[in-house]
Design a protein around this ligand. Structure first.
Ligand SMILES: C[S@@+](CC[C@H](N)C(=O)[O-])C[C@H]1O[C@@H](n2cnc3c(N)ncnc32)[C@H](O)[C@@H]1O
Length: 170
């Protein structure tokens, strides 16, 4: 994960701080101020530097910042339809050409087609302008920051999750 890094929908900052602790220059955005305050307090308590900004992820296309990496852990799957397309256009805008999106999401299944992301849906929505470099589906959480923070979150293995690395190509 190359700097500068954007953590979109950073919540209380676990993922952002995981990468800040590994020397990355990280900006987290969320539209819930209370979550950002908790993230800033955690950074202070851990002696880490990271920027936490109040920003609606639906407005990325109007932002003048650019990032080599964007991490989305648990945000993408809350969007559907046009909102999903708008969010993806915003991701394209804030990613430097050649930059990569690291996406952690629940996967869709036949029972819950709207509740997550399927590889086919990813291929459809991240085209053109992106190339999907890898997708991995496993049972349980794939975000190393989440696992480090809450190792016992899914004692029974957890839901099927997808981890995709998606590059902005043009
Ligand atoms: C499931 S949580 C994931 C939090 C964190 N990324 C993690 O992995 O622990 C989703 C987060 O996205 C934020 N969020 C949802 N919609 C948003 C939007 N339009 N703009 C910014 N943040 C948003 C929520 O406030 C919440 O903190």
């Amino acid at each position: 994960v190359e700097s500068p890094v954007l953590d979109a929908g950073c919540g209380t900052g676990n993922t952002a701080l995981f990468f800040a602790a590994r020397g990355r220059e990280v900006t987290g955005i969320d539209f819930v101020e209370e979550a950002l305050q908790r993230a800033r307090a955690k950074a202070l308590a851990r002696g880490l530097t990271a920027e936490f900004l109040l920003r609606d992820a639906m407005t990325l296309a109007t932002w003048d910042r650019r990032f080599a990496s964007v991490i989305d852990s648990g945000l993408f799957h809350v969007y559907h339809g046009d909102d999903q397309r708008r969010y993806v256009a915003g991701l394209h805008h804030v990613l430097q050409p050649g930059g990569r999106l690291f996406l952690f999401s629940f996967t869709a299944d036949d029972e819950h087609p709207e509740d997550g992301v399927s590889p086919r849906r990813l291929a459809d929505i991240f085209s053109p302008g992106f190339r999907i470099e890898s997708t991995r589906i496993t049972q349980g959480e794939l975000n190393p920051a989440f696992v480090a923070e809450t190792p016992d979150a899914y004692p029974e293995g957890g839901p099927p999750m997808i981890f995709a690395v998606i590059r902005r190509t043009e």
